[in-house]
Design a protein around this ligand. Structure first.
Ligand code: FUL
Length: 451
């Protein structure tokens, strides 16, 4: 989980997409505090932030050499400000990761639409960001390309070919070289894909594998030019390992609007989104919107804090940890137990593997006493691929099994949230469909506070 931070001209014009003709002098964050913003994200349990360094309006939050349309033209710190550096420092202090979003579409640049925009402006901006503000853990390549804009005063519609204009393979080579540890996000990956909606949820069935398709037959897909709804479930036979990113804003809009102060998502809503994204093997990318002061509103801070607290409390104790595990088959006839992080198979593998031909094994966890839980966690050893297609879970209180849940597409992390807490002394996991023998690295039972 990480937060996507939108702040810029739109914060002051009350818009979501700036036209590109905004006067930098409107950017006057009198109390900007990266520490407050990053600290609130951390309290929410998020591991990092992605700074929208440039949105579609073309305004750069760092003193770039590529355009005058940047923070040095605003009164902020008398033209000596650099919000990216402030975020970098806050992330270092708070041990949070940092990523960047630099919009390919630029409604300010006179060069937009010409090849020089890509070679002299956009790619140079990326080089600056990767060179000065690393380590970068993710780079966002947004797909929005709306057409009209200021474009240096031309005020016209400019259309580009989304598959070819940005020369993605050449553009991606820049972070590969300067930030080799960064994953690259886009509708076409290449590392992680957009989930296809901005409501923050993956499909109930969600494959980590995916092949981006162009909407028109015979064409190459590109960012902003895919059958994006296919990202919600991915494809079982997808060509690439490209897990889903579920982006959603904490408020109705990505940027701050005063009239949305009372529409901040509650901790409960965030929690359901968590189970529908992280719980389905995807990432949750939550949008935060600092206000005109350069701070998050108290409502936003409080929702994050409460959400973080619930997540922490829920996953503090794996209630299955003391259980005796009996599996119908373990590779090589070994015994299973819990290790500090993973399931252990006689210390040979840090996961439960079955013999090659066994694809529908069972695992019984004897909890030794009545245990109350409402969350079941399953994690595959994804280094060996996403193998399990379907599972069922049964609970027994007094010797009689009762099915309590089923799930599809397990992957790196599958959380099953039961509508009601269950009391059981034994739990049985049945793998009901898998094309090959399984490799399960984690089995957990948890209880949400108050459930
Ligand atoms: C979209 C943009 O158009 C929105 O303004 C926002 O930045 C969102 C995260 O990505 O494509």
């Amino acid at each position: 989980m990480y937060c996507l931070i939108h702040f810029g001209p739109d914060t002051y014009t009350d818009k979501e997409w700036g036209y590109g003709d905004e006067d930098p002098r409107i950017i006057t964050p009198t109390e900007f505090s990266a520490m407050q913003i990053v600290g609130a994200a951390k309290a929410g349990g998020f591991k990092g932030i992605v700074v929208v360094a440039k949105h579609h309006d073309g305004f750069c939050l760092w003193p770039t050499k590529t355009t005058g349309h940047n923070i040095s033209q605003s009164p902020y710190k008398n033209g000596k400000g650099d919000l990216l550096q402030e975020y970098r420092d806050a992330c270092n202090k708070l041990d949070m990761k940092m990523g960047v979003y630099c919009s390919p579409w630029d409604r300010n640049s006179a060069l937009y639409g010409k090849p020089e925009y890509v070679t002299e402006v956009y790619r140079k901006q990326l080089e600056e960001l990767y060179t000065h503000y690393g380590p970068i853990f993710i780079s966002w390549f947004d797909g929005a390309n709306g057409g009209d804009g200021y474009y240096g005063g031309a005020r016209e519609v400019r259309k580009i070919d989304r598959s070819t204009y940005y020369g993605w393979p050449v553009t991606w080579a820049i972070p590969r070289k300067l930030q080799p540890g960064a994953v690259l996000f886009g509708d076409v990956g290449p590392d992680v894909r957009w989930v296809g909606n901005e409501r923050g949820h993956a499909g109930e069935t969600c494959w980590e594998t995916y092949t981006p398709h162009a909407p028109d037959a015979g064409k190459e897909p590109g960012n902003g030019y895919t059958k994006d709804h296919e990202g919600t479930e991915g494809q079982r036979d997808g060509k690439y390992w490209m897990p889903a990113e579920c982006d959603v804003a904490l408020r109705p809009g990505w940027f701050y609007h005063k009239d949305q102060d009372s529409k901040v998502k509650s901790a409960d809503t965030l929690l359901s989104l968590y189970y529908q994204s992280v719980g389905r093997g995807a990432c949750l990318d939550l949008g935060l919107s600092p206000d005109r002061r350069g701070l998050l509103n108290d409502n936003d801070v409080n929702a994050l804090k409460q959400f973080g607290k619930i997540i922490n409390e829920t996953f503090a104790v794996n209630l299955a940890k003391g259980a005796t595990l009996t599996a119908s088959n373990v590779r090589g006839g070994n015994k299973l137990k819990f290790g500090p992080q993973h399931l252990l198979d006689n210390d040979r593998y840090s996961y439960w593997a079955t013999d090659d031909k066994v694809t529908t094994p069972e695992l019984i966890a004897d909890l030794h006493s009545s245990t109350t839980f409402n969350i079941i966690r399953l994690r595959e050893n994804i280094k060996l691929g996403q193998r399990i297609e379907e599972v069922a879970i049964d609970a027994s209180r007094d010797g009689k099994w009762e099915q309590i849940a089923t799930a599809t597409s397990i992957g790196g992390n599958r959380l099953i949230r039961l509508p009601k807490a269950i009391v059981a002394s034994k739990v049985r996991l049945r793998i009901t469909k898998s094309p090959v023998c399984i490799a399960l690295s984690d089995f957990g039972l948890y209880r949400e506070p108050g459930k």
